[in-house]
Design a protein around this ligand. Structure first.
Ligand SMILES: [Zn+2]
Length: 76
């Protein structure tokens, strides 16, 4: 377990899915920065405009945009 600034402040009922849940994207938005292309979910997941995700433990989820025909994302 790493002690980072994981906001355990979910006061929603029912509570939001945790960051390691397959359903994590359905957590409530707590911050939305469309001009920067990302949103912060209640469970600490950062959701990017291209559907990529950054989990609170530092794990990166590659974008999984449904209409993936237009753009190829090259990850290092
Ligand atoms: Zn919540």
């Amino acid at each position: 377990m790493t002690e980072r600034e994981i906001p355990s402040m979910c006061q929603h009922r029912p509570s939001c899915p945790s960051a390691d849940s397959a359903d994590r994207e359905s957590a409530r938005l707590v911050a939305h920065h469309p001009e920067q292309g990302w949103s912060l979910l209640c469970n600490g997941v950062v959701l990017f405009e291209d559907t990529g995700e950054l989990l609170p433990d530092g794990q990166v989820i590659a974008p999984h945009r449904p209409l993936g025909a237009g753009r190829v994302v090259t990850a290092a």
